[in-house]
Structure formats: C-alpha cells, structure tokens
Design a protein around this ligand. Structure first.
Ligand SMILES: Cc1cc2nc3c(=O)[nH]c(=O)nc-3n(C[C@H](O)[C@H](O)[C@H](O)COP(=O)(O)OP(=O)(O)OC[C@H]3O[C@@H](n4cnc5c(N)ncnc54)[C@H](O)[C@@H]3O)c2cc1C
Ligand code: SF4
Ligand code: SF4
Length: 1022
C-alpha cells in the first residue's frame, strides 16, 4: 500500500526549500511509478488538497513550499533510461542529479549543458520545473532550450508525451480544426487554447509587446506563452506544418501544470580541452559592469562577477579558503572571464588582447588580471558557485535576502539599470551584494535586510516592488533563472500587464481545472511577505521551557547553555538581554544559518563528507538540512507547530520529542557540515548541545554515559589489564557487555595495551636523555592511543627522538572527545577546563603540543575555546593554535629546515590514504600527504572517501551497525579492496588512516589492516 507520510518529522523536514518561506505540508509522498502519481492525484482530489512536485528542493522562490502534499521524486525516479551518442540525447527520470548525469555522459564525450550552480544535488526534473541555467548560459541557454521531449501525468490522471507535433499530426489525433470545437479531452483543450492564441493577431501582439526583450538568454518569469506559440504564428509556413512543443511552456512552469516522469534532453559535446579563466580585478562595481561589455567583445564562454562581500565571506569558509589563490589586492569586484580555444597559444593571444582592452583604457576598468589554467579553473568556479551559499550563511539576523536576486536585463542596459538600482537602495537605506551571471545581464542582487523586524519586512516588499518597476522599465525579466514561486508571483501582473496576466491565469485553469498541481505559485500567489520562516517578534518556545525551573536564579538568568555560541555569533543580539539569554539567541542563530540550499544532499558519486547519513540513505529526513529544520521548528515553535497538531503528549518537554531524537540519532558527528556546508552549519556541535539539554530534562542513557566515561573505565581496567582484555575479547563476556550497552555483537570491544603510551614513552625518553638537539615537543597521550594503541604512541615518540627532538608527555587529562560526541557536555567542559589550565602556561609556539589522533588533538582548537569560561577563551585559543596534529608539526619543521627528505629512505611505496573526517573538516589532509612525500618514491593516493562510517561509537551501536558498514561500502571499502588486489609484488602497498576508528572500520569492513601515517614514516626513517 502506497504511503503518504503525515508524521511530524516528514512534515517539518519538507516545510522549507532554499527560500525564506516555511509552510508545513499535510504530508510527504515518495512515488515509485506512474501509477502512484495517479493514486496521488485521486487522493488529492478526495482530500481537497493539492500536490507539490519536488526534486532536490533547492528552489529559492518557495516553489516547493506549500500546505498540500509534497511529492518527492528524488528518491525513486533516478533511472538513466537511454543515452544516444550518435543523436546526442539522453532520456532520464526527473530525479537524476545533474552532476550524476554528466558523469555518466563523460565517456561519450557529451554533457547536459545548463550548468546550474547546485549541479551536485539539483535534479533534471527540478531544472525543467524552474527552467534552470548556469554560468555558461551565454553559450548554452537554459533548460528550456534543451528539453526535446517529456512524459507526464495530467491532472485527470492521463499520461501524455509532450514533444514537437505539427498541426497536421494534432489534427490527425483530435480532428480537423479541433481547436474550434469544445471537447471533454483535457489534452485537446490544452492544445486548442494555445493554437487559438497563436492564430489571434491581437493576442500575439499583446504578448510581443509585454514579454521581456527577446534577446534575453535568461528568463524564468511567468508562463513562457511566447515561446510555446512561436512557431504556431509563423505565417511563413502553411498552417498544417507549423509546430508546437508543450515542453516549452512546461519548462519553468514550476510543477503547476503536470507531473513529469521522463525527460529527453539534447546534449552538447564536451567543451574544448584548452580553456582559461581570466580573473579581472576592478576597484569599483560600476567598472565591472562596463568591463563586462568589453569582455563580451572577445566572445567568452562565460563572464561572471563576484563582489567584495563574497570574497570576504569566502575567507571564513574552510572549504573555500583554498580557492582564493587568484585574488590580488582588495578588489571591489572580480570578473571571471572564461576563454576557450583549440590551443593554449590561441587563448593566450586572445587573453593578451582582452586584458589590454580591459586595463589600458581611459577609465582603467581593471587594475589586475590573474590567469588560471587547467585543473585550477575548477577551484575558481567552485568559489564562484559557492557564492550564493556563502552569502546566505552570513551571520546575524540581517541577511542578504533572496527577493530580487536574479533579475535580468540585456547586458548593454545593465550599467544604467544598476545605477537606478543603486539609487533605489540608497533611498531605502540598504546595501547589497552583487554577483554571478553578468554576461547575460543577470546579477544576483541580495540586499541585506533583517526580515525578523517589521521595518525589515516592509523593506522586503518595497525592494521587490520598486525593482519590478525598474526591470519593467528596462524590459527585463524579474526572474532570470530562479523562477517565481511564491516570491515573485505577486508582481507578474505588474510586469506583464493585466491582459497577459489573465492569459497566464487562463493557461493554469486550462491545464489544471481540478486544482491539483502546486497551487499559489506563478499565478494567484499569496502575498510575498506571508508564510516566512520567521515571524516578526517571534519568541523562542524553548526559552520558556529551559527557564521553567523552580530556581529563581535560573528564571532570572535564562537557560543554561553549554557552548559559548555568542563567541561565534556576536552579531545576534537581543535588545536589552544579557548572559544566557543572549547565548540562547546565538545558539538559535547558529541553527538559522541553514538556508536550505541543500549542499548536504550531494550524492556519494560527487565526493566529500557532507552528509554521510543522507548519502547512504537518500533520505531527506537524514540530511543536515532536515536536522536544522527540526531543531529550528522545535526550539522556536515547540508544540505550537502545526506539525504537532495531532501530538498527544504535549504535556512533556519538547526536548523529549521523538522527532528530535530521530534527527540527532542519525547524525554521525563527523563535522562534514562544519566545513562543506557553505553556511558553516556545525551540526556536530549543535547535536551535542541539544543532547545535553535533553539529558538535563530526561537523564542520560546508560550507553551515552558509558561511552563518555570510556577512558575512566579503561584507566581502571588497565590496573587489571589481562583480565580486562580476557573479559573484553571472550565472546561470552564481551557479548554481555555489548547487550548491556546496546553495542553490535559483530564488533570487537577494543582491548588494552600492556603498558600505557605514557609509561612506554617515558621509558623511551629516558634512554635518549641529552641526545636531542632540535627542540622540545609535548606529546598528547590521547585516551585512545594511551590505553589501546600505546605502541603507536611509542612509535611517534621514537620517530621524534630519532629526528632529534626532546619529547615529553605533560600532565593532562583525556581530551573529552567521547563525552562531546555523546553530548555529555558537562563532563567535556570539565576536561576542557582542566586541560587548558594544565597546559596554557606550558605549551607555546616553541614547544607545541602534538597529537596523533585527529579528533582528540583538534578539540583544543575547535571546541575548547567555546567550552571553557569566557574569561579563559583567549588562553584556550592560544593553546589551540599551538596544539598541532602530527602532520602539521612535521611540515612546520620541514618548513624550518629541521626535517628533510634526506632523513627518510627513498624506497618506493604505494600509500592509499583515508583522512579522518574531523581532520578533513578542520585542517584538510594536504599536510599528511606532504609529510608522506618526504619518502621520495612514495606514490600517494588520497581516497576520495568521506566519513568512514565508524564515527567514534556510532558504528559500534547496534542500531547503526548496518548503516555504518553501508557508509564504508560507498567509497572507502571498495577503493581499499581494489588497491590491495591490484598491488604488485615489488612495491609495498599500504593503506593508511590517522583515525583509530577509521582503522578499525577498514579492518572490520575489508579485513585489511590500515596503519597510521606515523608508522609509515617510522618504517622509512633512516
Ligand atoms: C545556492 C543556490 C544556487 C543556485 N544557483 C542556480 C543557478 O546557477 N542557476 C539556476 O537556474 N538556478 C539556481 N538555483 C536554483 C535551483 O537550484 C535550481 O532552480 C534547480 O534547478 C532546482 O532543482 P531541484 O532539483 O532542487 O528542484 P526543486 O526545487 O525540487 O523543484 C523545482 C521546481 O520543479 C518542479 N518539479 C520538480 N520535479 C518535478 C516533476 N517531476 N514534475 C513536475 N514538476 C517538478 C517543482 O515543483 C518546482 O517548482 C540555485 C539555488 C541555490 C540554493
Ligand atoms: S545544512 Fe548547510 S548545506 Fe545543508 S541545506 Fe543547510 S545550509 Fe545548506
Ligand atoms: S555532522 Fe556529519 S552526519 Fe551530522 S549532519 Fe553534519 S555531515 Fe551530517
């Protein structure tokens, strides 16, 4: 039986998209075949509701937000049906992700050319729905230009194929001059209406006069009636030969006309291999608008703009910092100009001429140009593509708001339009961020507005209205690519005039007389400032609950918040509030950073860590976005949320809700979102804060307590280690422990080393007393290495001693990583405070603290400064700066010339490296690779894996065991197996992973022993 999910979790997860809107749907459905669509249509009619087709859910204008039933086709409609290399087309289901399609097409030398920025998660169905396009729309146009055919279900349940038909073919189906007779056939009426309009001179003239400039490459505003009837009123042809393809109007119809179940698109040959981007730096924005017109004369494949705001934001994003290498000075804007050609010499010559034209003119339009070639180009595009995500991640309540962010006018009109626009903003007292597709006259304009305040909300509407007037003045399109949704619909009448607007309303009525598809989008929309995520003056439900304590102090001071959220979100201020209340507000701001752009939905074929729980399941409710949505809804609206209308247990704390437990439970705390989410949503940290809040009201589960106290258990266990190991490894007894704490019996409980790392290193150091010359190093004996892998800790000490360093393990306590990961923040705070106090006056730049296990040593840098009391934060930060991961230390010493490749043997070795996910999120794996490269003949392959799936105790937990293995099976295990199977007999092939849980996971998943990079370096040291 086909299910419509009406539980609060699904309803909350699907209440938003990447827009500012929120409306809780009645339910969510995941159809698996065309018959399910027919069933859904019948159900919608019975329940007097409507259906909202949805793919990746990355729409910015609220297209997939509504109170009907959301129909998510991204889960089951993912098949590649046919690829025809000779005729250059592909037929796919609408849930296929753009990047996945292009990966599949690469071997054929072809690609689907509208390169939407969200290409790693947007689906072909969504692109069709919004008529999406990309940076190269100058050359390739938009999706409408590429859809040849589509198959879909109409509101009466009939299935149709939409493609190019001549009038003659249609007459053969419906009868001669069928458009002149009334009919019961829905599809006949659809064709009749359009043919009527096309044959009526007055209607054609009305359309020609009121639609935007024909020259515009980007246009996604209203129904494209002009395009669909274009050939029908081509009087040069006999009537019977004129053609119509309904795909022209379905493109950009935002799911308001039909369900699409198959799409046939034409393909382009892959662009020529030789290309280059010239990054032209301008010192004013106006110069960049003029510079674009100069660049266009050189027939570039694309010209895109990034303004100073974007460049500034990219400095704070871990993922994008490394993509800023081409920036020179402090430009007001950079034009990214892509040139293509057959040879490098050809494009270099073109670039010479273009740079000359840009730089050597009276206005000095450009002050510097950086040329970028080869694989580096993708970094420039990555930075450009991340722009919108980075923007919406701006901290604080005032955000660069999506309201007029894709207006398009003819490029030659852009300088004048921009001047009027700037004046309008000045009159409203607003500033704006400018970026993107300048070559086609479309700039992503985002005024910075706080729509949580009444005045901000007023400006939100005013900007939209005044911009619509300006765009009309320049005969542009209010939307160049993002579509109307519920944001722009209100202004279509103004843009196109009453008569054309009536045609659009009639078109919707004709296609969807039963009011089944995505109501209130494009036409008859609700006011653009209704149903927003945030209501003016909204209070946080959770505040009342957390302060609901018998303690007068708690009531006065506000809730107890464990992390210092304020330190990162200082911009979030509550008028007149202090202390804990401000902390709560900052915590909420951190959740509100999620704008729904959906990078956390990228598939495992695309790479990266974010978000393993989604990658492995394809389930939206397991993506970071859903977690953020649930946290926001529960902490802001609590039981008052419409999603909980049917909930029976509203007398208990909202923190005990099942939905909250579910979203926190599926998170691996891998920190993938910390760096790869453009808005830096840090779910690992949010999860532990909320878990502690939950424990405060309902107590801590035994397993969480046991795991967070693991090091203490091991410390005592060590006193009787043979018995401990026997107990832990003997099947009978270990199964008892596993049953008690609900661990999977398939996993082995780690056993203890005979001596601890601390003791072993101390003994070793005594032997080398007085022999070291290169300086001193403090080793961090983290709780995992100290008790379970002392031999590894000893190896690192031996390596350092051998290289001439004095080594000491200072007095410290455990890192608290396990406590953090289980949300035992009360305990983690104690460890953080102790470690900071013990080490702050010892550790320095000269004598750093160096760690082996990434997740432990990186806590000093990432979590400690926000866990210790605010007054200790500067010292904690200082300590964090000098707490280095093993590879960071080695490379620091290489830079200083104290370690060289001469210290290592050059014997060949092949190394397959899997980085730890916290390492990838916070510092990257580059330094590990560089350190291993000290072995001159080392061939290093970085495995393009995300999280290994073990993630501390996650993979041990009974209910997560299978998921954990499935995550490993996505990339890591197959790569490791293949690497080892393909190894030759001469060169050693080593799988390496710095994380202890990663090594265990690789062993459990493949039977292959992975080693820490330190062990390789020690084996190769001379
Ligand atoms: C950071 C960011 C950058 C963006 N950059 C670009 C850009 O460069 N260019 C661009 O054009 N857009 C851009 N967008 C907007 C958005 O990503 C695109 O419009 C994208 O193509 C939408 O695809 P989706 O799979 O997310 O579709 P969704 O948002 O899920 O749906 C889009 C529309 O298609 C309809 N739809 C989906 N599936 C079907 C179906 N099977 N049948 C009928 N209707 C259906 C939906 O009802 C909806 O109206 C950006 C958005 C963000 C957040
Ligand atoms: S969590 Fe980050 S990546 Fe995911 S939707 Fe929210 S902002 Fe985007
Ligand atoms: S921490 Fe990892 S699993 Fe959790 S939301 Fe972020 S990326 Fe997903």
């Amino acid at each position: 039986m086909f299910t419509i999910h009406t539980d609060p979790l699904h309803r909350i997860a699907y209440a938003t998209d990447a827009s500012a809107y929120r409306e809780v749907p009645q339910g969510v459905a995941f159809p698996e075949n065309e018959q399910d669509f027919v069933y859904l249509i019948e159900t919608a009619r019975e329940r007097k509701t409507h259906l909202i087709p949805r793919a990746g859910g990355t729409s910015i204008a609220g297209q997939v937000v509504g109170n009907g039933i959301v129909v998510d086709i991204s889960k089951h409609f993912k098949k590649f049906l046919e690829i025809n290399k000779e005729e250059r087309w592909a037929r796919v289901q609408p849930g296929v992700v753009l990047d996945e399609l292009n990966l599949a097409l690469e071997p054929y030398g072809l690609f689907f050319s509208p390169e939407t920025s969200t290409s790693n998660r947007c689906c072909i169905g969504g692109m069709f729905g919004n008529n999406s396009c990309g940076s190269h729309s100058l050359v390739y146009g938009s999706t409408r230009h590429h859809v040849l055919e589509a198959r879909g279900v109409l509101c009466d349940g009939s299935v149709e194929v939409f493609k190019t038909y001549t009038i003659k073919e249609l007459e053969e189906r419906f009868g001669t001059r069928f458009w002149e007779t009334e009919s019961d056939s829905l599809i006949q009426n659809i064709y009749s209406q359009l043919i009527h309009w096309a044959l009526d001179e007055k209607t054609v003239q009305l359309i020609e006069e009121n639609f935007p400039d024909k020259s515009l490459r980007r246009r996604s505003c209203g129904y494209a009636i002009d395009e669909v009837i274009e050939d029908l009123h081509n009087t040069a042809k006999p009537l019977e030969d004129r053609t119509i393809n309904l795909c022209k109007v379905l493109a950009g119809s935002e799911g308001t006309l039909a369900f699409i179940t198959e799409i046939k698109v034409d393909l382009d040959p892959l662009p020529p291999k030789e290309k280059m981007v010239v990054c032209a730096h301008c010192d004013t924005l106006q110069k960049s608008f003029l510079g674009n017109l100069v660049a266009l004369k050189f027939h570039p494949a694309a010209v895109e703009l990034m303004d100073r705001n974007i460049l500034e934001l990219s400095k704070e994003n871990v993922e994008q910092q490394k993509n800023r290498f081409f920036v020179q000075g402090d430009p007001a804007a950079i034009l990214i100009i892509e040139l293509r050609g057959e040879t490098r010499a050809e494009i270099d010559a073109l670039a010479d001429q273009m740079e000359k034209a840009l730089m050597e003119n009276e206005e000095h339009l450009v002050y510097a140009c950086s040329r970028v070639y080869g694989s580096e180009i993708s970094k420039v595009w990555s930075l450009r593509k991340a722009g919108l995500g980075l923007l919406t991640g701006m901290k604080g309540d005032a955000k660069p708001i999506g309201v007029i962010e894709d207006t398009a006018v003819a490029p030659e009109k852009l300088p004048a339009y921009m001047a009027d626009f700037a004046q309008m903003l000045e009159n409203l007292g607003l500033s704006c961020v400018y970026h993107a597709h300048i070559s086609t006259g479309e700039l992503h304009l985002r005024p910075i507005i706080n729509i949580k305040e009444a005045e901000g909300l007023r400006k939100f509407r005013e900007v939209a209205y005044q911009t619509a007037l300006l765009v009309k003045k320049y005969k542009g399109s209010l939307s160049g690519e993002h579509g109307d949704g519920r944001l722009r619909g209100e202004f279509i009448q103004l843009m196109y005039g009453d008569e054309v607007y009536t045609l659009m309303q009639d078109l919707k009525k004709c296609w969807d007389p039963l009011q089944v598809f995505n109501l209130h989008k494009i036409v008859d929309t609700l006011p653009m400032d209704s149903m927003l995520r945030f209501e003016v003056g909204q209070k946080y439900a959770i505040e009342k609950e957390l302060c609901n304590s018998s303690s007068a102090l708690r009531q006065a001071q506000g809730p107890k918040i464990y992390y210092n959220w304020k330190a990162t979100f200082d911009e979030c201020k509550v008028e007149g509030a202090t202390g804990a209340k401000n902390q709560l507000h900052a915590l909420m701001c951190s959740i509100e950073q999620c704008n729904g752009a959906g990078d956390c939905r990228k598939s495992n074929l695309i790479g990266g860590t974010l978000c393993p729980a989604f990658k492995v399941s394809g389930d939206e409710t397991k993506a970071t976005r859903a977690r953020a949505n649930v946290l926001r809804e529960i902490l802001t609206r609590g039981w008052e949320s419409e999603a909980f209308a049917q909930a029976l247990d509203k007398d208990k704390s909202i923190l005990k809700s099942k939905e909250l437990a579910e979203v926190l439970d599926s998170c691996l705390a891998c920190k993938g979102c910390r760096s790869e989410c453009p808005s830096n949503v840090d779910m690992t940290r949010l999860r532990s804060e909320i878990l502690q809040q939950k424990y405060d009201v309902s107590g801590m589960p035994l397993r969480s307590f046991a795991v967070s106290r693991m090091a203490t258990v091991e410390q005592f266990g060590h006193l009787v280690w043979p018995f401990y190991n026997l107990f832990a490894s003997w099947k009978f007894s270990s199964n008892i422990i596993k049953q008690i704490i609900n661990f999977s019996t398939e996993r082995d409980i780690p056993t203890l080393s005979r001596v601890t790392m601390r003791t072993a290193v101390k003994r070793e150091c005594r032997k080398h007393k007085g022999q070291t010359t290169k300086g001193k190093v403090f080793l961090f004996a983290d709780e995992f290495t100290n008790f379970q892998e002392a031999e590894l800790g000893l190896t690192f000490a031996k390596l350092l001693l051998h290289l001439g360093y004095e080594v000491e393990i200072p007095k410290h306590v455990e890192s608290g990583r396990a406590a953090m990961s289980k949300g035992n923040l009360k305990l983690a705070k104690k460890f953080a405070l102790k470690n900071v106090n013990l080490l702050k006056d010892k550790v320095s730049e000269q004598i750093p603290l160096v760690g082996i296990e990434p997740s432990c040593i990186l806590s000093f840098r990432d979590e400690y400064p926000d866990l210790v009391p605010a007054e200790l934060r500067p010292q904690a930060q200082q300590l964090g700066r000098n707490a280095l991961l093993f590879d960071e230390f080695i490379m620091r010493e290489v830079k200083a010339g104290r370690i060289t490749s001469n210290d290592f043997k050059s014997d060949a070795v092949e190394i397959w490296l899997h980085g730890h996910c916290h390492q990838k999120a916070l510092v990257g794996t580059e330094k590990t690779v560089q350190a291993l490269k000290l072995i001159q003949n080392a061939q290093i392959h970085v495995i393009p894996s995300g999280c290994c799936g073990m993630a501390g105790s996650f993979g041990y937990e009974k209910e997560h065991y299978q998921t954990s293995l499935a995550i490993g099976e996505m990339v890591l295990f197959p790569t490791v197996r293949k690497a080892v199977a393909n190894a030759d007999d001469i060169t050693p092939c080593i799988v390496s992973a710095p994380g202890t849980s990663c090594r265990q996971q690789i062993l459990d998943g493949t039977g292959i022993h992975a080693v820490h990079p330190i062990e390789i370096l020690y084996r190769w040291v001379k």
